[in-house]
Write a protein that binds this ligand. Structure first.
Ligand code: SF4
Ligand code: SF4
Length: 272
């Protein structure tokens, strides 16, 4: 039977950057429309896969000279391919492997239940809740999921499986230092340092700055974009001024394990 280290080696061999394992019981207490067991009742674990977004893909937005470079779809295409390959590899060993991708929570109610006691399709996993439960990182104050390796520069996918695996501990470290630079960078005053919002986690809660998502809709030319396969309620903000400020700060402060030979912000950042 595949062990947790073997599963992680399999994933990294496919080019997947980060791998963490959360036991299915870490999702206890979540509603049925967010619970892995709703789609795979025999689920034993959720394997969370992190796919880096190359720093260079933010450069066009940073300098303001090539706004077309980054969209959520391009790095996501590679994430989907690798996740598909990973699922096939688990299936080859005889284990069920159900892939889940980031979705806006508003797609949960698109459809009708297959039975009166079932949640309406689609069941949507909270991918960031899962990534924390799998030990990969934390939710930063700016509402970006931060890993010690890449800060906010990654996508996550997840695989629900019936393969019994030893789980990783939920993330107990810290990446965000509450600098507030994501708030200061926002040209639309969409983030509020005074108003804090709590997000439940498998252990404890994440406290983040309140975000007025409707303000982010004026931001697409700066690098903000919609989550793929969603209706656009949840903006993907990595390439926007808030996300890039976070990248620059975490790198300059030496808070990330992945290092570059030159700083990210070596010239004036683009304005919104
Ligand atoms: S910019 Fe600062 S406060 Fe905002 S998420 Fe990044 S580290 Fe946290
Ligand atoms: S995407 Fe734009 S408007 Fe939204 S928080 Fe970031 S910088 Fe502000």
């Amino acid at each position: 039977m595949l062990t947790a280290p073997e599963v992680k080696k399999l994933a990294t061999g496919l080019g997947i950057d980060l791998v963490g394992i959360a036991s299915a019981d870490r999702f206890a207490g979540l509603p049925a429309d967010a619970h892995p067991a709703s789609v795979l009742p025999q689920a034993t674990a959720v394997i969370v896969l992190g796919h880096r977004v190359p720093r260079g893909s933010l450069r066009g937005h940073e300098t303001g000279h090539a706004h077309y470079v980054l969209s959520a779809n391009s790095p996501m295409q590679y994430a989907l391919t690798r996740t598909y390959q990973f699922c096939c590899a688990l299936e080859t060993e005889g284990w069920e492997a159900f892939p889940m991708y980031p979705h806006s929570s508003d797609v949960r109610e698109m459809g009708v239940p297959v039975a009166p006691d079932k949640p309406a399709p689609n069941v949507v996993l909270d991918i960031e809740y899962a990534a924390h439960a799998a030990g990969l990182g934390e939710m930063g104050r700016g509402g970006f999921f931060l890993t010690p390796e890449f800060g906010p520069r990654q996508f996550f996918t997840a695989v629900i499986t019936d393969l019994p695996l030893e789980a990783d501990a939920p993330f107990a470290g810290s990446v965000c230092d509450a600098c507030g630079l994501c708030v200061e960078a926002c040209p639309a005053l969409a983030l509020s340092r005074e108003e804090l919002v709590e997000h439940p986690l498998s252990e404890g809660v994440a406290t983040v700055y309140a975000l007025r998502k409707e303000s982010c809709r004026v931001c697409p030319g700066t690098g903000g974009t919609g989550v793929p396969y969603a209706t656009g309620q949840d903006p993907w903000r990595l390439g926007a001024p808030c996300g890039r400020a976070c990248v620059a700060h975490l790198e300059d402060s030496g808070l990330l394990t992945r290092r570059f030979h030159s700083p990210f912000r070596n010239e004036e950042a683009s304005s919104c």
